[in-house]
Design a binder for this molecule. Structure first.
Ligand code: FES
Ligand code: FES
Length: 167
């Protein structure tokens, strides 16, 4: 297959797996993840950096993938919602969202999960206010946020229990 003049072969690391894609370097990261890498967990809400639905980790930092040209993530480690689980074992945040009903339509959920994981990485005993601040960049049209906040409270309990079990 010939490469169009506007396209480049780029090597990416996504969820620990090396990927090679042939795309225009300015293609949005969200589009490459969903269309070229076939990881459709990352969702598009606003497409303008306002809703957080498209959040991923780039080198451990939460970023809106709708605002990032793919060329910018060459040489970085990218983690999507698909990368949060450990094999067949869901991340405690994922487990808690399921148990507490933190997801309804699911469009905001991947971004909420990424933001919650980032919060609990730094603070495994957050207050409800701290959770609401940490999730302030993630908009949800369905849940009213109460079950999402409860999911993160429950996830924190699971994370602490996991750490205790591993101690
Ligand atoms: S789709 Fe990226 S911030 Fe809304
Ligand atoms: S569950 Fe539908 S937007 Fe949050």
């Amino acid at each position: 297959m010939s490469e169009s003049p506007a396209q480049s072969y780029l090597r990416l690391s996504v969820n620990g797996v090396a990927r090679e894609v042939s795309v225009h370097p300015m293609t949005r990261l969200i589009d490459v993840l969903r269309e070229d890498v076939a990881l459709t967990g990352t969702k598009e809400g606003c497409g303008e950096g306002e809703c957080g639905a498209c959040s991923v980790f780039i080198d451990g930092v939460v970023v809106n993938s709708c605002l990032v040209p793919v060329a910018q993530v060459v040489g970085t480690e990218n983690v999507t919602v698909e990368g949060l689980a450990d094999g067949d074992t869901l991340h405690p945040v994922q487990q808690a969202f399921i148990a507490a009903g933190g997801a309804q339509c699911g469009i905001c959920t991947p971004g909420m999960l990424i933001a919650a994981v980032a919060l609990l990485r730094d603070n495994d005993e957050p207050t409800e206010d701290e959770i609401r601040v940490a999730l302030a960049g993630n908009l949800c049209r369905c849940t009213g946020y109460g079950r999402i906040v409860q999911s993160v409270v429950d996830a924190a309990t699971l994370v602490r229990a996991t750490k205790g079990a591993g101690a």
